[in-house]
Design a protein. Sequence first.
Length: 307
Amino acid sequence: MEKKEIMLKLGCHVGMSGKEMMLGSVKDAVRFGANTFMLYTGAPQNTKRKEIAELRIEEAQEMMKEYGMDEFVVHAPYIINLANTVKPETFEIAVEFLELELARTEAMGSNTLILHPGSHVGAGVEAGVEQIAKGINAVLTKDTKVHIALETMAGKGSEIGRNFEELAMIYDKVVHNDKLRVCFDTCHTSDAGYDIIHDFDGVIEQFDRLLGKNQIAVFHMNDSKNVPGAGKDRHENFGFGQIGFDALMYIMNHKDFMKVPKILETPYVKDPDDAKKSYAPYKYEIAMIRSGIFNPDMQKDILAEIK
């Protein structure tokens, strides 16, 4: 019997705004050649959100079916900081908004809400972890249909999640931790000091021992502007940074994660003639990844086509 080839689930961050909302998100994904995507339900820096009825969900889902997209992920806004023990009002707002984001994610038809664990703002990792678990326990029930995917972090400032042990600490304190998953960010893990360039399998062995590799629900496939261990978190275009094309492609096509969505969050290419303009790289990066051939002139090609 012939073995059926598994189609790579490859997508990118797309916007959701204006009158088209989620329908516009799907249109962007199609335009970029993606078969999955990630969106924020509104601006990641604030809590202003439209009503669910205004998101044009049914039209978006119809278009997804038309183009064979069966999965997408939602990213919670950066302003949610469940780890804050210093300002009770910040924690309370984070919990309330996380609950609303879970409801929006379910209504839109996604099973995965990506969440930055948070920053302890000087209170220490243990206090931060306790607070994160407290917040998650306030919103998750045995009937929650959406998974919260804790993102691996780069280690800047007082971020929690800079290593797998910290994520495991959160898992251990969450009552309904069957509702938790992990978002594995390649830039962040490299910046945090994991050798995903030369020993991705060894890194995954560590992850598997602590959390189980089946817990990885999504990958953020980002190159890094910084050397491994820098702890800075600055994304670079796919193959153009310190991780490199070959190492990222090994992860992209890893046999254990072929069914897991791979999402690009790479920077827009800036217009050298107009500082106010920049262009999405995703169509070009996705084409390059699908071909398996690195294009060192990709950024020039983007600018040439626009001009």
